[in-house]
Design a protein around this ligand. Structure first.
Ligand SMILES: CC(C)(COP(=O)(O)OP(=O)(O)OC[C@H]1O[C@@H](n2cnc3c(N)ncnc32)[C@H](O)[C@@H]1OP(=O)(O)O)[C@@H](O)C(=O)NCCC(=O)NCCS
Length: 164
């Protein structure tokens, strides 16, 4: 492959080590002990075998989207591009690929959570035409306290985190 030529494809089991290594480098990401373990990620992609996406360049994974659905609507998690490969359209290409895959699954809507302080992330979602909801509150209930979040950089306090 020539420099900056990339390939977009579906995430596979054997990508886990590289994908996890990339996630650990992304400023603002929260990593969860159970959800982001190999077992957790493989469980997710086995439930959604066609919709999670990686971008590869020179044989290395440089971008990811974990995308899955419950039969009604879909969610994106861990959307990222390695810092030195941003602003080349790779994020947009991955989003397009994941949206197409979900469309083929007859899913009508995708949601994601972006922390308000994540300027790069929020600008990106507006750039790719996503609509910010102003009329809802997000609720959660923790079912397993062992699923502990750790943050990739100390600069990001939990309320500063860019991605859930
Ligand atoms: C958000 C993120 C995935 C975007 O990835 P990316 O590959 O840089 O995305 P793109 O290149 O498709 O688009 C980014 C910007 O580059 C611009 N761009 C796209 N192609 C370009 C090109 N060929 N030349 C110059 N600029 C380009 C786009 O216009 C876009 O502008 P924006 O600032 O209005 O969004 C990346 O910034 C990232 O990993 N951020 C950290 C993690 C994160 O915050 N994730 C989102 C969590 S909600």
């Amino acid at each position: 492959m020539t420099e900056n030529t990339y390939n977009i494809r579906v995430m596979r089991d054997e990508d886990y080590a590289q994908v996890h290594k990339l996630w650990k480098q992304i400023s603002g990401f929260a990593m969860r002990t159970l959800d982001d373990s190999e077992e957790g990620v493989l469980r997710f992609i086995h439930r959604n075998p066609t919709t999670s996406i990686v971008a590869e360049m020179d044989g290395e994974i440089i971008g990811t989207i974990l995308a899955g659905h419950d039969g009604r609507q879909a969610s994106f998690y861990h959307v990222c591009v390695r810092k030195d490969k941003r602003n080349m359209g790779i994020g947009t290409a991955m989003v397009t690929a994941a949206m197409r895959a979900l469309n083929e699954e007859h899913v009508n809507k995708i949601t994601l959570v972006a922390f308000r302080k994540n300027e790069v992330g929020n600008r990106f979602w507006r750039h790719v035409g996503w609509k910010q909801r102003e009329d809802v509150n997000v609720y959660e209930f923790i079912l397993n306290e062992k699923n502990i979040s750790t943050f990739n950089d100390e600069v990001y306090a939990p309320s500063n985190t860019s991605e859930k």
